[in-house]
Design a protein around this ligand. Structure first.
Ligand code: TYM
Length: 357
């Protein structure tokens, strides 16, 4: 019987170990989607190149993520697991799609501004975005290889990952939503320019309905590698407990039903993701009537996080040690991913008028 399941595609960059943000924004959803969709999960090693990693570390990082995917329960019999650079069709289509992408829209992408500002050491303007000043800084730094063209065209490559597989569901965290919006725009533009419905429009997917942003435990913002505030899936329990116990809080509510400060709200966000509804309402009530002890909340949170991470941590080393298995998984994955990628690329080449003699 033909496979009519909806196509799902998502990936994670190979830039280090996976953290709770990656888990709740992406990996945890991957595992839960496997039975109901045609799932394709990859390791975005080409995207990792935008920050010029040490070549000696790149492969080990790819291997780590692969092992963490498998340890978390992605099953290669149910899902296609592959490495981005094993599908050369992606690189060719990246070139082709770039012909329909404006540099202006890429320069205004939040993730590009963020990364470029960090690389150049420019602060974020206090009052909104100043596009003109930013563009001048970037162009002034044109010879500075820290802001490379790959960083600028990052959204094109991501769009190609999705469109080349004709995926319609893309489970990602909130920080990737703008990239998905661009992908839809590129798809529509391509289809209408050539007058052919080559690409379907992809959307984010989350079981809870709305995309998550996992906060850091240092008071504000999101959990992320460059923020240096990550709780890793492979963190040793002692280390993990220490990180949670050190989370920023405040002096505690002084009056019933006080509004929550951001650091405390962040703790509750994590609690909602990891703990049972009973536990969450217990602490919410304790906050509302001022009897809350943050130490108790943190202890509970640490144990509930460990319940999620421990099975993954315990499996990962065995998987990492089995090179033959890992090779089999990615070889099979690459073959499957290339089949659909090659078909889409052939269609794209033909639509664009690239013909063989
Ligand atoms: P990356 O590697 O930055 O992150 C991988 C996934 O983890 C999610 N994530 C978070 N979700 C919620 N809260 C957080 N604090 C948090 N931190 C990370 C991200 O939203 C993402 O889902 N561009 C992508 C990789 C990529 C991709 C694709 C994804 C390349 N091509 C095609 C989907 C489809 C990225 O950099 O993710």
């Amino acid at each position: 019987m033909a496979d009519k399941k909806e196509i799902v595609l998502s990936g994670i960059r190979s830039t280090g170990n996976l953290h709770l943000g990656n888990y709740y924004g992406a990996l945890g959803k991957f595992v839960r989607m496997q039975d109901d969709y045609d799932c394709n999960f990859f390791i975005a090693d080409l995207h990792a190149l935008t920050t010029n990693p040490d070549p000696r570390e790149l492969h080990a990082n790819v291997k780590n993520i692969l092992a963490e995917y498998l340890a978390a329960g992605i099953d290669p019999e149910k899902s296609t697991i592959f490495i981005q650079s094993d599908v050369p069709e992606v690189a060719e289509m990246y070139l082709l799609l770039n012909m329909h992408v404006g540099i202006g829209e890429l320069m205004r992408t939040a993730s590009f501004k963020d990364k470029a500002r960090k690389a150049l050491g420019i602060g974020v303007p206090a009052q909104g975005d100043d596009d003109e000043a930013f563009e001048k800084e970037i162009i002034g730094a044109a010879t500075n290889k820290r802001v490379n063209a790959g960083l600028l065209t990052y959204p094109t490559l991501m769009a190609v990952d999705i469109l080349i597989q004709k995926a319609t569901k893309v489970p990602v965290g909130k920080d990737q939503e703008q990239h998905l919006e661009l992908t839809r725009r590129f798809a529509r533009r391509f289809n209408s320019f050539y007058g052919v419905e080559v690409f379907p429009e992809p959307y984010n997917f989350d079981f809870g309905g709305k995309p998550v942003k996992v906060p850091g435990l240092d008071g504000s913002g999101k959990m992320g590698k460059s923020e240096g505030n990550c709780i890793y899936l492979v963190d040793d329990p002692k280390v993990l407990r220490k990180k949670v116990m050190r989370a920023t809080t405040d002096e505690g509510p002084k009056e019933p039903n006080s509004p929550m400060s951001e650091p405390v709200a962040n703790l509750f966000t994590l609690l909602e993701l990891t703990s049972t509804p009973d536990v969450v309402s217990h602490f919410r009530e304790a906050y509302a009537d001022c009897s809350i002890r943050y130490g108790d909340l943190k202890k509970q949170l640490a144990e509930d996080i460990l319940a999620v991470t421990t099975p993954i941590r315990e499996r990962v080393n065995d998987i990492l040690a089995d090179d033959a298995y890992l090779r089999r998984v990615v070889a099979q994955g690459a073959e499957r991913a290339r089949e659909r990628a090659a078909a889409t690329l052939a269609e794209v080449r033909s639509v664009m008028g690239i013909r063989k003699f």
